[in-house]
Design a binder for this molecule. Structure first.
Ligand SMILES: *Cc1c(COP(=O)(O)O)cnc(C)c1O
Length: 353
């Protein structure tokens, strides 16, 4: 606290990201990063972009990347917005599209950055409870609102909402913007990107941090009607002209060019997720069906917080949220095969039926 702070800063409750420990040899299953490295072609593209052009500002519009993403999804470049991680894309969307006269709706259990952005921009919001089985019921959103946002698959539950349900929501909310945050869609869901040409109120965000192994490069994007994208560009160009540096632009283009590496790691993670789900169930855990690169699980006989503490003693970190409804659950990111084996071995020692 300081007398020099603005009134806004006094009232902020910032987001707390999962920890990034400074020590090596930890098995890190707490922030949903991809356990596989970016492909050689991506690393090489970043290396080649490390040249004397770094003395210049990058392309403020990142045109080659927008065009690459547009081609990949069969859209026009003016339907694509890019930003410094999808967190930044979302931040601009909260200000440009979700800040309306009526409250914004999102689930009671969801990405905890949403209420933080509402606090930053003074957006009124209302949470809609997930069902008892932690599902989004779209009919529960038929209430006065200015806009709607949720992740699909949802975080931290991993549960997927089908495209037909999303379409129902779009049809019943034609006057509101609906944002689908698809940070995890590549791990088993059907993207709503296929609907953006049909629904001018739909914005879909994605990230290169999870399914494309590039959390450290900080690149995210949004696709939607050109008018929605223009709103984001207006906010972006009133804030930072160059959110993507030269290395991020070229590394991201190379990622979309390397479909094989993308498919390979994505498939491996889905396979490991199914293996881990079986292991956890055999140990008595209840595991929510996941379409993401993590599972959300609870054990009827062991406290989640205690399991997390025991795992940490064995140098494995998972995410625990001390929040209503989910304080008996652990969110465990899917690691590579050896990490998954170490996790399974550790859990077998902790859980003694
Ligand atoms: C990880 C995540 C993001 C943000 O990803 P970036 O690394 O900022 O691109 C956005 N939404 C959800 C639900 C996430 O889990």
């Amino acid at each position: 606290m300081s007398q020099f702070w603005s009134p806004l800063v006094h009232n902020l409750t910032p987001y707390v990201p999962g920890e990034q420990p400074k020590v090596d040899n930890l098995i890190k299953l707490n922030t949903n990063e991809n356990p596989y490295p970016p492909s050689d072609s991506v690393i090489n593209a970043i290396k080649s972009a490390t040249d004397d052009k770094l003395k210049l500002y990058p392309d403020p519009n990142a045109d080659i990347l927008k065009k690459r993403i547009a081609d990949y999804h069969d859209l026009n470049a003016n339907q694509v917005f890019v930003g410094n991680g999808s967190d930044e894309v979302l931040a601009h969307a909260f200000q440009a599209l979700l800040n309306q006269d009526k409250p914004l709706l999102f689930p009671d259990i969801t990405y905890s950055f949403y209420p933080v952005y509402c606090g930053l921009y003074g957006i009124e919001y209302k949470t809609i409870p997930l069902t008892d089985s932690f599902e989004i019921a779209v009919e529960d959103y038929n209430t006065e609102c200015g806009a709607i946002i949720f992740p699909n698959p949802n975080a931290p539950t991993g549960r997927l909402l089908g495209l037909s349900q999303i379409e129902t929501l779009l049809k019943t909310h034609t006057k509101q913007v609906v944002i689908i945050d698809e940070a995890y869609i590549d791990f088993g869901g059907e993207s709503a990107i296929s609907l953006v040409n049909q629904y001018p109120n739909l914005l879909v965000t994605q990230t290169l941090s999870k399914s494309r192994s590039l959390a450290g490069l900080r690149v995210g994007f949004a696709v939607g009607h050109a008018d929605l994208i223009e709103a984001l560009e207006r906010v972006k160009n009133s804030f930072n002209s160059y959110p993507l540096d030269q290395l991020a632009i070229y590394g991201s283009v190379a990622s979309f060019d390397d479909e094989e590496a993308f498919q390979e790691t994505r498939t491996a993670i889905i396979k490991t997720r199914e293996d881990l789900t079986h292991t956890l169930e055999a140990l008595g855990f209840h595991v929510l069906p996941s379409a993401a690169n993590f599972v959300f699980a609870c054990h009827p006989k062991y406290q989640a917080e205690e399991i997390a503490a025991q795992l940490r003693k064995k140098a494995i970190i998972v995410r625990y949220f001390n929040k209503p409804r989910i304080d008996q659950y652990l969110r465990i990111s899917i690691g590579n095969n050896s990490e998954n084996q170490a996790l399974s071995d550790a859990l077998k020692q902790i859980i003694k039926n």
